[in-house]
Design a binder for this molecule. Structure first.
Ligand SMILES: Cc1cc2nc3c(=O)[nH]c(=O)nc-3n(C[C@H](O)[C@H](O)[C@H](O)COP(=O)(O)O)c2cc1C
Length: 192
């Protein structure tokens, strides 16, 4: 039997009650239903300071960045689930990736790794405006293979059932399709 595909989930918000965390947890359970092995990484738990060249020079790259890069290396695919702050990805996510890229081993861990982007917002656009810059940020230097499929959940405050599914069956289906595309690419790369 082949090993399940391993997906590292990176939520860009760690706040209590985060809609993106809710969406990440839903994606986690849908990926498990599809036979994958997801791991939801709490970026806040990495305790990464705001990137500062003086910290790097005096103390080196923090342990949290080593942990993140090792986890990326150990997974077949990445799923980023992120809020939008002023039409841009949030500092929690950008800062973690910036630290990760200070380690030379980020290249084999990230380059060419299939990735999809999800966002959630209580607003009308679901955070979709931030996905363009997030896409180029992740593709340009870390070299992640960011797939064209993406999903932005608008009106997120009303979107979830008490059990954590999406109220709108069509939206849930679209989300499932995006996750299937990720597994499909990761599976094809593993088989190649
Ligand atoms: C600094 C800041 C800027 C924001 N800018 C946007 C924005 O550009 N578009 C948007 O849809 N929501 C924006 N919001 C609202 C967030 O979508 C909302 O706070 C959301 O709940 C954050 O995601 P979370 O629930 O996963 O923590 C902003 C929130 C903050 C704190």
């Amino acid at each position: 039997m082949t090993e399940p595909l391993r997906v590292l989930i990176l939520p860009g918000s760690a706040r209590t009650g985060s809609y993106n965390l809710q969406l990440a947890r839903l994606a986690e359970s849908l990926l498990r239903e599809q036979g994958a092995e997801p791991l939801l990484r709490d970026l806040r738990a990495l305790a990464l300071p705001l990137y500062d060249g003086d910290i790097e020079a005096s103390e080196g790259v923090p342990q949290g960045a080593h942990t993140l890069v090792s986890e990326m290396a150990a997974h077949d695919a990445l799923l980023v689930v992120s809020p939008e702050y002023n039409a841009f990805p949030p500092p929690l996510l950008i800062n973690a990736i910036d630290w990760a890229t200070r380690l030379p081993e980020h290249k084999p861990a990230m380059a060419g790794k299939p990735t999809v982007l999800l966002s959630a917002s209580p607003g009308a656009l679901g955070g979709i405006r931030s996905l363009l810059s997030l896409r180029s940020f992740l593709a340009l230097n870390p070299g992640l293979l960011v797939l064209p499929q993406q999903f932005a959940l608008n009106q997120a405050a009303q979107a979830f059932t008490g059990e954590g599914a999406l109220r709108d069956a069509q939206q849930q289906q679209r989300l499932q399709g995006v996750l299937s595309a990720l597994l499909c690419h990761a599976g094809a790369l593993r088989a190649a």
